[in-house]
Ligand binder design. Structure first.
Ligand code: F6R
Length: 609
């Protein structure tokens, strides 16, 4: 998730772009860059770190131009460095681009270009687009872009400028947001509304497949085949604060609704369900090592730990590798039995959690291979781990973790499948089936998110309860823990997550008429067992709220409230079932008037022990 801004008009493009990028820093901040055209020459400035570094460099050596594009990066391919920062150029330095998204077939495209002797300056997937546009360029930037995009697979929002056509910006969109801001004698592009609000409220939202040619006075939108496309202009009435949250009331809600996209971004370019292939570029575990892994330790804190608990089922079921999951602050002070055949998987959204980092260092000191599942590029954990799978969720701003959790589940799912297939524990047909299940999840979540009224109604009924019990079994037991954690964190209601079958060994004593019990009862091998556990709770007077599959008729008689979710395979079901629990916690918190995004006593990144 990166941020793009472009400007053409009479103002100084540098000022407009820097101000716009500042508003988009929430989309990424590991490096930033800008390209402008002055007298038919391209000027490019790039800096590692936050935008202030780029601004400082531009203050020292100012440049004034009427056309330009800029970018703030949240890296997916290639570490944060000046070479990998956008904009990227073609080898003749005449075409420059900024990109948000992931080019899935860049390895293949780059290899083809390298045959013709083309040299690449960065490790990014983006640079290949600049090279391809140049290859197709015959004095028409729009046509060269159309040709290029017909060869590219993946997601993109692109801003493109050519020194030989200094009166236009070309932009294009597929599965990554891009807006055109319509001005008088000036026009703009940006990834998101807040960047443009100081200049215009008239905006055109590009759709997938749109390619636009923008001059100071004209906007022409076409498709790849050069057909003209008409898009309605909208007048945006949001204030600046609303715009930053994309119109949502809180960042947490925005992040919950972003999940179909962040899950897709995390598996995009890494899984190929039709062929039954997983390709995780960053993980370079040797086949021989994989064959000999004796055991896996998964170590993390909080929500990331719960993602780890789900991964145990995946590693054991798919790869048949004994797996233990531990809380980082416990792991580091016991004497875990580790050796060079142990793979230690470290999960952390921030990559800075002190206990998790210490666990990683301990594992390394014992000679283990270490693999981090991390969201923040360049963070301590991602730098120190031997292998990293990045979740491509973009910055998570709400303190209570939501999209990072489903990103972690996604990354762990594809890694477990990859391990299993490399160990010969899954047939290609099985792999295809499991990959397809994941592929369909974003659509299923989007369907569910279209109507959240049932969750809001339940939240209203139960917002004033003092205690909640969350029950789940098997892969959905960690989801019960996560649901309870979300409620505790943002509404300050006492909530406990329990393995449904364990309830009769103690917590059942807590159940009476005033106790709401949230149970996850979706289709799986423990469905019948979980139903029995619910009946036990209901018999004690508990009010039962279930998260169940739409098709489940039986559950209606056994529960008091139902939240229906689409049916999925059991192993991917946690990615689906957690969504209503995030929403339930959110709406209860809102009803209680709590500070949803910054709950008391909590910090986004816990860098102390
Ligand atoms: C809960 C939450 C925390 C974090 C935990 C680990 O909503 O956000 O429990 O999951 O502090 O943080 P990371 O993943 O950054 O290591």
């Amino acid at each position: 998730m990166c941020g793009i801004v472009g400007y053409i008009g009479k103002k100084n493009a540098v000022d407009v772009i820097l101000k716009g990028l500042k508003k988009l820093e929430y989309r990424g901040y590991d490096s930033a860059g800008i390209a402008v055209v002055v007298d038919k020459e391209l000027y490019i400035r790039r800096s590692v770190g936050k935008l202030c570094n780029l601004s400082a460099s531009l203050e020292k050596n100012p440049v004034n131009a009427n056309i330009g594009i800029g970018h703030t990066r949240w890296a997916t391919h290639g570490k944060p460095s000046e070479e990998n920062a956008h904009p990227h150029m073609d080898p003749t330095k005449s075409i420059v681009i900024v990109h948000n998204g992931i080019i899935e077939n860049y390895v293949e495209l780059r290899a083809k270009l390298q045959i013709y002797g083309q040299e690449f300056k960065s490790e990014t997937d983006t640079e290949v687009i600049a090279h391809l546009i140049k290859k197709h360029y015959k004095n028409n930037l729009l046509h060269a872009t159309q040709k290029t995009l017909s060869e590219v697979r993946g997601s993109y929002a692109l801003g493109i400028v050519c020194k030989d056509e200094p009166d236009k910006i070309i932009c294009a969109r597929r599965d990554a947001p891009l807006i055109i801001g319509v001005g008088k004698g000036e026009n703009f592009i940006a990834s998101d509304i807040p960047a443009l609000l100081p200049y215009t409220r008239d905006m055109i939202f590009l759709e997938n497949g749109d390619i636009a040619e923008i001059t100071a006075d004209k906007i022409i939108i076409k498709d790849i085949k050069d057909n003209i496309i008409n898009r309605e202009m909208k007048n945006i009435q949001w204030d600046a604060a609303q715009a930053e949250k994309d119109g949502y009331k809180h960042f947490m809600l925005k992040e919950i609704f972003e999940q179909p996209r962040t899950i897709e971004d995390t598996f995009r370019g890494r899984i190929y369900p039709d062929e039954g292939k997983v390709y995780i570029e960053e993980v370079k575990l040797k086949e021989e090592y994989i064959r000999n892994i004796s055991n896996i330790y998964v170590v993390a804190c909080g929500t990331a730990y719960y993602a780890g608990l789900v991964s145990r089922f995946l590693f054991e079921n798919f790869s048949k590798i004994p797996t233990e999951v531990d809380i980082a602050s416990e792991f580091r002070y016991r004497e875990p039995i580790l050796n060079e055949k142990t793979l230690v998987v470290i999960i952390s959204q921030s990559g800075e959690t002190a206990d998790t980092l210490a666990a990683l260092r301990l594992a390394k000191s014992k000679g283990c291979q270490t693999l981090a599942v991390c969201n923040v590029l360049g963070s301590s954990i991602s730098r120190e781990a031997m292998h990293v799978i990045y979740t491509h969720c973009g910055p998570e701003i709400g303190v209570a973790s939501t999209k990072a959790f489903t990103g972690q589940l996604t990354a762990l799912y594809i890694f477990a499948l990859d391990l299993a297939s490399k160990k010969g524990k899954l047939t290609n047909e099985e792999l295809k089936k499991y990959l397809k299940e994941l592929w369909e999840i974003p659509l299923k979540i989007s369907e569910f998110l279209k109507n959240t009224e049932s969750v809001q109604a339940i939240a209203k009924v139960f917002a004033h309860k003092r205690d909640f019990l969350y029950l789940g079994r098997y892969v959905n037991y960690p989801v019960a823990l996560e649901g309870a954690l979300k409620l505790k964190e943002i509404s300050y209601i006492h909530a406990e997550g329990y393995a449904a079958g364990e309830m009769k060994h103690g917590p059942i004593a807590l159940i009476d008429e005033s106790m709401p019990i949230v149970a996850i009862v979706v289709e799986s091998k423990v469905y019948e067992k979980t139903i029995s556990n619910i009946e036990e709770a209901k018999a004690r007077g508990g009010t039962i709220i279930v998260v169940a599959n739409e098709s489940d008729k039986e559950i209606r008689d056994k529960s008091d409230y139902i939240i229906c979710v689409p049916k999925t395979d059991e192993f991917v079901s946690p990615i689906m079932t957690v969504i209503p629990l995030q929403l339930l916690a959110y709406y209860i918190s809102v009803f209680l008037g709590c500070d949803v995004d910054q709950p008391r006593n909590l910090a986004k990144s816990v860098t102390v022990e």
